[in-house]
Design a protein. Structure first.
Length: 533
């Protein structure tokens, strides 16, 4: 088996695997192994996840503009109902800010929070705002929005949202004043509600995860797919005094990060035919608030891109939302190296080129062994063809004669396999790095390549890749089987068409790798041919 056959098998198998995964996720989802969704039997929990949960009254819309966000807060619940990211642009219209959160019936995605307890406001309560619009002063480090609520029963609540300069974090706090003559024991919940579908600009060719994720130090990182939530079969963290809940989509996430060590119960629920909620219930986060006293409950909301270096500093485990799956052990170091190269060259495309060269250097000895084996095979190709002609359809005699030839010529026909197989996990891991790294999104390389996360708009890179594969095919020994030979000739064209749909960054990696492989293979082949003359 020669290297081209292995590459064909691996690439096509990997492609089929990705396509199958995408189809299987959307059409025939499999239930999680552990079905430990928390019970919704308590009255407090029912208040949070009731079926008409999102049919909240509309209040006044408060406009908030910072250097990072253009936000819209509804006085109904005091929740962010619309959120534009000013430093990220829409995939198909770079003049528009990326819209992460929106109160749209067809593409509903909002944050919600509220209090639970006698006479306390939930996410349907109507607050009163001090102003109808807020704009962050360029010289200020933060912008504060205070919302007031008075239920007329002696309890007053101020919900405060604090936006920070150059940050995707929003501090959300409740100041609870107990004006009654009895004690008050409040609980709180923080949840994310959205339609159970991927955003419109997500790739349809390759599946990326969209849905809730949970984390606690005890249970670690868990995903709960929309399909599993609908069947009430999902793996959730056990109750803990730490942890967070997030809603993931390609390149972006929103996450509730409660502060303090209050006991947390994690939940996920199907609200309607299309809506899903995922959240955290804080049990007694401030204990008992005595008559005439005040208590405070706080959490942080992150809403922005999945920038790994930033996420790791915000909360434990938050960087795991960039999930490379079973190849994390390889992908994470690759991203670390790629990120450090980028800091030096300040161009993600050039960083990919340099990383490819480094990977090629690391595998140089293995590749050299593979190419020497291929060069030896190339020498005996005429003899193999004669054996095939001699024995015709007698495959047993033909295989026996071929093995004797290999033994005489001291050739291991599988000598080129292992070096290629060893590199396969690295290629797949780098694929996930380039697919999931938001840093590649709308990152320019040169000329017409203005977005390394998108396909080449003029198909130039796939054409170059196909050309390099044609050259590689010419350098490899011709298979004795005519059908295999035809497949090897067709493969470069098929792969060029296949890679038309792939991110430009990945195609760039493949091109550079092919060029380096061609150079190394050509030099080794010429040296071995010279030695035999």
């Amino acid at each position: 088996m020669d290297t081209q056959k292995i590459i064909l098998f691996v690439v096509l198998s990997f492609s089929i695997l990705m396509l199958w995964e995408s189809w299987n996720k959307s059409q025939h989802p499999q239930p999680a192994l552990i079905a430990n969704a928390p019970s919704a039997s308590t009255e407090a929990k029912q208040q949070v996840i009731e079926k008409d949960d999102t049919v909240a009254p509309r209040g006044q819309q408060i406009q908030v503009t910072t250097d990072t966000f253009v936000a819209e807060i509804d006085t109904a619940g005091g929740d962010i109902r619309r959120l534009e990211l000013r430093k990220q642009k829409e995939a198909h219209d770079k003049t528009k800010n990326y819209l992460l959160l929106q109160d749209d019936p067809g593409n509903f995605y909002v944050t919600q929070s509220g209090l639970l307890g006698d006479g306390l406001p939930n996410h349907k309560a109507i607050y009163v705002a001090e102003k109808s619009s807020y704009v962050m002063d360029p010289n200020s480090q933060q912008l504060v929005v205070n919302l007031k609520w008075d239920g007329g029963q002696g309890i007053k609540v101020t919900k405060t949202l604090t936006f920070h300069k150059n940050s995707y974090l929003v501090d959300v706090s409740y100041s609870i004043s107990n004006g009654r003559n009895t004690e008050l024991v409040p609980s709180a919940y923080f949840q994310l509600v959205r339609t159970d579908a991927a955003p419109k600009d997500d790739s349809k060719f390759v599946h990326t995860y969209t849905g809730p994720a949970f984390y606690s130090e005890q249970s670690k990182f868990h995903k709960a797919s929309f399909a599993d939530i609908e069947k009430n079969k999902m793996e959730l963290p056990a109750e803990a005094n730490n942890g967070w809940v997030a809603m993931l989509q390609h390149y972006f996430l929103s996450a509730w990060l409660p502060e303090g060590a209050a006991q947390r119960e994690f939940y996920a629920k199907k609200l309607s035919q299309k809506l899903v909620s995922a959240g955290i219930l804080l049990k007694d986060p401030v204990g008992t608030i005595a008559a005439g006293a005040t208590g405070k409950i706080s959490a942080q909301l992150y809403a922005g891109p999945q920038e790994q270096a930033a996420l790791s500093k915000i909360a434990p485990g938050l960087d795991l939302t960039v999930d490379y799956g079973w190849l994390t052990v390889i992908a994470a170091p690759l991203y670390w190296v790629l990120d450090h190269i980028h800091r030096w060259v300040n161009n993600w495309g050039i960083a990919i080129v340099i990383l490819t060269i480094l990977i090629k250097l690391a595998f140089f000895p293995l590749s050299a062994k593979s190419y020497r084996s291929m060069a030896n095979m190339r020498k005996v190709t005429p003899k193999l063809q004669k054996i095939k002609e001699q024995y015709g359809d007698d495959r047993q005699r033909m295989n026996q004669a071929m093995m004797e030839l290999y033994k005489t010529e001291k050739i291991n026909p599988l000598g080129g396999c292992l070096p290629v197989v060893v590199q396969i996990p690295v290629f797949i891991a780098l694929y996930w790095v380039l697919l999931y790294s938001v840093e590649m999104r709308q990152a320019p390389f040169i000329g017409w390549i203005t977005d390394l996360s998108a396909a080449d708009p003029y198909y130039i890179l796939p054409a170059i890749m196909g050309l390099t594969m044609i050259i590689q095919t010419k350098l490899n020994p011709t298979p004795p089987d005519p059908i295999q030979a035809k497949v090897m000739m067709i493969m470069p064209f098929a792969m060029a068409i296949f890679f038309v749909f792939f991110p430009a960054g990945l195609v760039l990696y493949w091109i550079v790798n092919n060029i380096l492989s061609i150079s190394q293979q050509w030099v080794i082949t010429r040296k071995m041919e010279a030695m035999t003359k």
